[in-house]
Ligand binder design. Sequence first.
Ligand code: RB5
Length: 140
Amino acid sequence: MIILASDHAGYPLKEEIKKFFNRENIIAIDVGCYSKEQLDDYPDFAKAANNKVIEDPRNVGIYICGTGIGMSIVANRNPKIRAALCHNEKFASLTRRHNDANVLCLSGRFISARKAIKIIKVFLTTEFEGGRHSRRIKKY
Ligand code: RB5
């Protein structure tokens, strides 16, 4: 399952991502926020989404705030979350292959919806390589 979260600054991009998921028949759970007008707090949504992501090891999260930085800081406070802020497809590929990232953080203010969807496609289709990377992840 894919868990979506944003604050007000990430809300417009999250809506574009939901349209893409609808077109592709990809099911996602949106834990909020539900408006770009309200000045809400990204930690609330990152924590709510983390709780859903860790319910099943197959789950992944996509968290969006203005920069993606706040979301990634909060997300990574949960020891079962490996969140990566990605601005391009190469980072998305590497963080899946090397870090087994289970949360993708995106900037709602500094990347386009088109770019975000390209990054998401790579994130969702790239496998963890295991091997030496498993050893390193166990040291987190
Ligand atoms: C909200 O203005 C902004 O601070 C937030 O979306 C995020 O970028 C924080 O890291």
